[in-house]
Ligand binder design. Structure first.
Ligand SMILES: [Zn+2]
Length: 475
């Protein structure tokens, strides 16, 4: 069986590596000045070339030509090609999370490199290491022998302890844009003497969502199927035509119930994945949210030019509020759909709910700037005032101290005058006016009282403490 395109066209030098200019320039300069960082973190989405980059670094460090560009012909470079270099140790942290695996590595750090100049440890999925494994690694990173370089590749940098990160040089690998992927695929297909359809290649580039490895692997599948036809490619990934998804969104948001049922039924006949449909809807919603907020921010990764034109017309007709309000519902239903015994029915019902909810949202005159900016007490008061909720407003002004407020959440301290029905009334009023779920947290336990803002102010004003017997009540 022939090697996959991703493996055959894997870059072996920084010069071959596409994009990632900051990383390339920084590291090439560092190597030229013989200032080799001993800890390197490569962060980026899957399939973006983290391991490939790590191997290029290892190749440069150990090439016998001593140039900053690997010669690709010396014994070290050839051993790298075969994955048999004695000084380049690759560890998949996902399957070696334990401290014992890390200890084995650390024990071998003491020994000099045998085949090249540096011992390079490439730790893939580094965020999967256990806490004790990280601690063991930290000890070595604190004072690494000069012949050792650690390269940590991760999709999840925030799971790597700050103590480790602070001892490493960090690089963010940028996803490829659709044009960059398309150009590379066209180059590869021409090299392979394979005829292709440019629209199909562009579709693959968009489906890969920034990952060159995914793009090349989709190309492998298209070659195996003998077709670069757009429809074939979308079927391969179980994705619907974006125009169909846009149709579905249009039907939902214009309340066309029978059309929604027909479209989802049609999609189910195509044997596509209902979870992928929600994912596609969310991708387009996100695209529209960005477009409505700042048209210059929309990515070309998702939609073709034709699809973008349709999406822009639709987004222009709708309010940003609708997308923002429907987003949490889609997210929740996406999770539910994964475990649903009848996923297509669940998807259809979700689309119908959106149909009716959209009508509900549309039926209420809503000021976009009003709903989603509850960051202060004053904004809440102005909002309730505008909606003529005088009783609630007065209770809020007179009978409570609001200590936290954000969209969907209020924390408050009650006075004894606050009626018990206040909480339910506030929740139901805010939920119905904003179409959001609200949590109202009333703080009234003895522990809560110690954290009351007034008690805090008193504690700060009288750090020595207060003799309570000297205080007289004002009434
Ligand atoms: Zn070499």
């Amino acid at each position: 069986m022939s090697l996959s395109l991703a493996r055959r066209y894997r870059p072996k030098t920084f010069q071959d590596l596409l994009g990632q200019d900051i990383l390339k320039n920084t590291l090439m300069n560092a190597f030229e000045q013989k200032k080799v960082p001993q800890g390197i973190v490569l962060h980026g989405i899957r399939g973006i070339g983290k391991t490939t980059t790590a191997r290029i670094i290892a190749r440069v460090l150990n090439c016998m030509s001593q140039e900053n560009k690997p010669c690709l012909t010396c014994a070290s470079c050839l051993a790298m090609d075969e994955g048999k270099h004695l000084d380049v140790i690759e560890i998949d942290a996902a399957s070696h999370t334990s401290v014992d695996s890390m200890r084995n590595i650390i024990d071998s750090v003491r020994y000099k490199a045998v085949q090249g100049s540096y011992k390079v440890f490439i730790i893939d999925e580094a965020h999967m290491l256990s806490k004790s494994a990280f601690n063991a690694l930290l000890k070595t990173l604190e004072e690494p022998p000069s012949h050792v370089v650690f390269i940590l590749a991760t999709t999840d940098m925030h799971k790597i302890p700050a103590t480790i990160l602070s001892r490493c040089q960090k690089f963010e690998l940028k996803p490829f844009d659709t044009k960059g992927i398309t150009d590379h695929l066209v180059h590869v297909l021409k090299q392979e003497h394979i005829s292709f359809d440019l629209v199909g290649v562009q579709t693959i580039a968009r489906m890969a969502k920034g990952s060159m490895r995914d793009a090349l692997s989709l190309c492998d599948q298209a070659i195996a199927l003998g077709s670069f036809d757009e429809k074939t490619i979308k079927n391969m990934v179980g994705s619907q035509d974006a125009l169909k998804i846009l149709d579905l969104i249009r039907s939902m948001l214009s309340g066309q119930v029978s059309e929604v049922i027909a479209l989802t039924h049609h999609m189910s006949m195509d044997a596509s994945d209902p979870c992928q449909v929600i994912q596609d809807i969310m991708d387009i919603f996100y695209w529209m949210i960005l477009y409505k907020h700042d048209a210059s921010q929309v990515s070309d990764l998702l939609l073709s030019q034709e699809e973008q034109t349709v999406a822009k017309v639709m987004a222009d007709e709708l309010s940003l509020t609708i997308f923002l309000q429907l987003w949490p519902m889609l997210l929740k239903e996406y999770q539910n759909l994964k475990i649903s015994p009848a996923p297509w029915e669940a998807l259809t019902v979700l689309c119908l709910r959106i149909c009716y909810l959209k009508n509900l949202i549309q039926g209420t005159p809503v000021d976009e700037n009003e709903i989603f900016h509850f960051s202060s007490f004053d904004q809440l008061i102005v909002f309730l005032d505008r909606h003529k909720e005088a009783v609630l407003k007065n209770h809020l002004l007179r009978d409570v101290v609001v200590t936290k407020i954000s969209d969907g959440h209020i924390e408050l301290y009650p006075s004894p005058h606050l009626p018990p029905s206040f909480k339910d009334k506030l929740i139901s009023t805010l939920s119905s006016l904003t179409h959001m779920n609200w949590i109202v947290e009333i703080k009234n336990t003895p522990e809560d009282v110690l954290n009351h803002p007034i008690v805090t102010i008193l504690k700060e004003a009288f750090p020595q403490g207060i003799a309570w017997e000297n205080l007289k009540p004002s009434i």
